[in-house]
Design a protein around this ligand. Structure first.
Ligand code: SF4
Length: 263
């Protein structure tokens, strides 16, 4: 059996085969050339680059976008027919997201209606002094109103506002609450009796509301007089009362009073 042939057997068999070829007249046998093998080519499919997952959204940028969307909704709002027809523009709010403190007024006045920014004019300058007195820069705090449109003057003559009606306050409350929840202030100050009553849903006057810490949407709230009350404050009683309230604010925030000298 061929499988059992030793190398010597194979040589003998090849020789016998060649002898038989020679006797048949075959004088030479072509020598085999080595076969050049083509290099093995394996089709390699390039690995498809997988798209990278998008980076996680910047939460602050998302909230700023939400605030812009809300401000655009407010700009178009006509829920209060009189305010809609008499306003020059809506007054939304200014300041950073996640402020340590936010100041909340009742509604824009004549100056704010013209500027489109809350607390400008004389009352705004006094508010800036109050903010600075607490150790903040104005641009570090958020400032807004419970209503976004100016209730026109009661007499129709000057810049004085009439108080907003209950219906107007209710109309604007959803805007205020959404704005509050996006901005997420850590502490808030209600400026003036109308804002304080609106925020606390009470008929109690500001004189009785001040001096205590309340909670508004889970955030500590201090009530104080409107800065414009300082303009007609001949005895300085209101100014002193406001500073007492700001001391309560700083204590609630766990911040030192920058006006107190260290012993
Ligand atoms: S006060 Fe508020 S609810 Fe009323 S019209 Fe202006 S944005 Fe709308």
């Amino acid at each position: 059996m061929a499988d059992d042939a030793t190398p010597i057997d194979l040589t003998r068999q090849v020789r016998a085969h060649l002898e038989s070829l020679r006797s048949a007249g075959v004088m030479f046998v072509p020598r085999g050339e080595p076969i050049a093998l083509a290099p093995l080519r394996v089709a390699v499919t390039p690995r498809q680059a997988e798209p990278l997952p998008p980076p996680p959204p910047d939460p602050i940028a998302v909230r700023k976008r939400e605030l812009t969307v809300l401000a655009t909704e407010v700009e178009k709002c006509d829920r209060c027919p009189e305010l809609f027809s008499t306003r020059r523009q809506t007054v939304f709010g200014v300041g950073p997201i996640d402020p340590d403190v936010a100041f909340i007024g009742e509604a824009p006045g004549g100056d704010e209606d013209r500027a489109g920014e809350p607390f400008v004019g004389k009352a705004g300058q006094l508010l800036t002094r109050i903010i600075n007195g607490c150790g903040f820069k104005r641009e570090e705090v958020y400032i807004f109103n419970t209503l976004k449109c100016r209730p026109p003057g009661a007499t129709g003559s000057g810049s004085a506002n009439r108080p907003p009606t209950l219906e107007e306050c209710e109309n604007c409350r959803p805007f205020f609450e959404r704005q509050f929840d996006i901005v997420k202030p850590k502490h808030v100050v209600a400026l003036g009796g109308t804002a304080a009553k609106n925020l606390l849903n009470t008929s109690t006057g500001i004189t009785k509301l001040r001096g205590k810490v309340y909670t508004l949407r889970g955030v500590p709230l201090i009530c104080t007089f409107h800065p414009s009350a300082m303009l007609r404050d001949e005895t300085e009683k209101t100014r002193r009362a406001i500073w007492e309230d700001m001391k309560l604010l700083l204590k609630t925030m766990g911040r030192p009073n920058p006006n107190e000298k260290k012993a």
